[in-house]
Design a protein around this ligand. Structure first.
Ligand SMILES: [Zn+2]
Length: 144
């Protein structure tokens, strides 16, 4: 994170419009790769989640907010299960209901981060998505 946070763009700063990310994510990866790029997003997301270097759930949630990935809400938590909602999701908030869930990358980021924080195997499934008409993104983590 420290290396990639070194940004030296004098005129354009460290910000790019969200459309650029959505173009990469939804057109480039989901649209162009076989199976909607799901095997790629699973590997990439998990590695991203791990590389965030968070040691607590609070740190991770703060980072999700600071990086503007979304506004996290812990909807449910037990020994074997965690439900995380992501409001204002960077990928899908405001998009039309197309009857599909499109935030598998975010799910994999959560999976990688939780596995690192808990030091246990975690598998995450996207259970709600704005693109599925749910009004929020939601991820259910099964902790083994
Ligand atoms: Zn989403």
């Amino acid at each position: 994170m420290a290396d990639i946070a070194k940004i030296k763009r004098k005129k354009l700063s460290g910000q790019v419009p969200l459309e650029v990310f959505r173009l990469l994510r939804l057109v480039g990866i989901r649209g162009a790769l076989p199976m909607g790029g799901r095997s790629i997003t699973a590997v990439v997301g998990r590695e991203m989640g791990k590389s965030l270097g968070c040691s607590t759930l609070e740190d991770f949630f703060k980072l999700l907010l600071d990086l503007k990935i979304g506004i996290p809400e812990l909807a449910e938590k037990s020994e074997k299960k965690m439900v995380v909602r992501l409001h204002d999701c960077m990928v899908c908030d405001g998009m039309e209901d197309v009857g599909e869930m499109v935030c598998d990358l975010e799910g994999a980021i959560i999976e990688g981060a939780l596995a690192a924080i808990l030091n246990r195997p975690v598998s995450v499934k996207e259970t709600k998505c704005n693109c599925n008409g749910d009004g929020v993104c939601e991820f259910t983590a099964t902790i083994r």
